[in-house]
Design a protein around this ligand. Structure first.
Ligand SMILES: [Zn+2]
Length: 73
């Protein structure tokens, strides 16, 4: 059936376009990623690449960016 062939073809084209758009989006995201902000431990100058950590992995010093958190000690 010619109609079914057309539907199948158009679906394939749509899938290809979606895949291309997805890949382009990935490339754009990679291109716009800013360079990693490195945090240095104020006590031992250990470079912390993970910004989610609150303490220095080397000396256990509390990092400055977690200043807002009130941690009892
Ligand atoms: Zn440290």
């Amino acid at each position: 059936m010619a109609f079914e062939e057309i539907v199948c073809y158009s679906q394939t084209v749509i899938l290809v376009l979606l895949a291309l758009g997805y890949l382009a989006n990935l490339r754009n995201k990679r291109g716009t990623i800013s360079p990693k902000v490195e945090i240095k431990c104020p006590s031992c100058d250990y470079v912390i690449t993970d910004q989610n950590v609150e303490y220095c992995a080397k000396c256990g010093n509390m990092l400055s960016h977690s200043e807002g958190l009130s941690l009892e000690k």
